[in-house]
Design a protein around this ligand. Structure first.
Ligand code: P6P
Length: 342
């Protein structure tokens, strides 16, 4: 029987080898991982638990919340309040930042999360997930002043850890602390996360693209050009046939790309021209961008590196193009061509 490495052992070995994981950060990641196990139990109940359907409330984005959105958000906030690792939290499901109650000690980290991404898939039993990002809180927030929303507005390059859990045929946890990407599978008998893939790398080329094709008429010209060239296949300018996937669950689409390459696009489109895109920068694009880059891929907003963007609002949206590096760079080139064409 092959000896498997658990998440705890992996993080301790990372701490020893690279020193990039202070004990407080390791404990924070373990608390988040434990909360994801509890979310997995709720998700797995389906119709057997009172967890499907609408919660009867809207989130900050004005989207109808599913019961599981609210349950997952509560599980993550309750699990992370008392540990003493955090200065505050932020969630897609909460309009303002969530401060640590005064009865608990404060820590030096900020945790941001989308507690249940892809929730439109819950009721039809398609893979969904939890996405999280960890930032350092400004030093003076630990004792001198309360944390404010602006303290969260750091570029993605400031992340010290990021990850996601995917609740699918297997329940898996994907983690990076800046030394590559590792994947853990939940051993339901032991209740522990077991490392099943180490230092995952995304192929630089691909034959698979992911985009919601029903929005084609609303895309900008460079995106139309890229997708049409993929559709043209072997006889077209790309000289190869492409396949298309769209699960409408970012975690699931990114997980496929992490495992076999591909490009994921949720670009700006003319339906809501004032918005740069649908996906959220702080707790979707930044953590996924960190993970994809750590696996040798690229992540841009079509023009520039996502992790370099300076956030202006906690819930701001962004256009996302991520995955196999050479394909992402091609889309960026097409955007540059379009700006240079007279
Ligand atoms: P559409 C899920 O609601 C989500 O935020 C992402 O997980 C997913 O990639 C995207 O929206 C799907 O959007 O417009 O195709 O339903």
């Amino acid at each position: 029987m092959q000896k498997r490495t658990t998440l705890t052992q992996h993080l301790i070995e990372e701490q020893r080898a690279n020193g990039t994981i202070p004990a407080e950060l390791r404990l924070l990641i373990e608390v988040v991982a434990r909360a994801c196990k509890r979310i997995a139990v709720s998700v797995g109940k389906g119709a057997l638990g009172d967890i499907l359907g609408e919660a009867g409330s809207d989130n900050v984005q004005g989207e109808a919340q599913k019961k599981l959105d609210v349950i997952a958000n509560e599980l993550l906030t309750e699990a992370n309040e008392w540990g003493g690792h955090l200065a505050a939290m932020a969630s897609e499901e909460m309009e303002t930042i969530h401060k640590i109650p005064n009865r608990y000690p404060k820590g030096e980290y900020l945790l941001l999360f989308d507690p249940l991404d892809g929730s439109s898939n819950i009721d039809v039993n398609v893979s969904i997930g939890t996405i999280f990002s960890v930032l350092k809180a400004p030093a003076d927030t630990t004792n001198l002043r309360p944390v404010e929303e602006d303290d969260f507005l750091q570029p993605g390059t400031a992340q010290v850890a990021a990850g996601y859990a995917i609740y699918g045929p297997q329940t898996q946890l994907v983690i990076t602390v800046g030394n590559g990407v590792d994947i853990f599978t939940l051993d339901r008998e032991l209740g522990s996360w077991v490392r099943t893939q180490s230092d995952v790398k995304i192929p630089e080329d691909t034959k698979e693209f992911a985009i919601n094709m029903s929005n084609r008429r609303h895309w900008a010209a460079p995106v139309k050009r890229y997708v049409e060239e993929c559709e043209a296949g072997k006889t077209g300018p790309r000289g190869k046939d492409f396949n298309m996937r769209w699960i409408a669950s970012m975690v699931a689409d990114v997980h496929r790309i992490l495992n076999r390459g591909g490009i994921f696009m949720y670009p700006w489109d003319a339906r809501e021209p004032e918005k740069p895109g649908k996906l959220r920068l702080m707790y979707e694009a930044n953590p996924m961008g960190f993970i994809v880059e750590q696996a040798g891929g690229a992540a841009t907003n079509g023009h520039e590196r996502i992790l370099s963007l300076q956030p202006r609002k906690l819930h701001e949206r962004v256009s996302v193009v991520l995955g196999s590096k050479n394909e992402v760079l091609r889309v960026t080139q097409y955007h540059q061509d379009a700006t240079e064409t007279p």
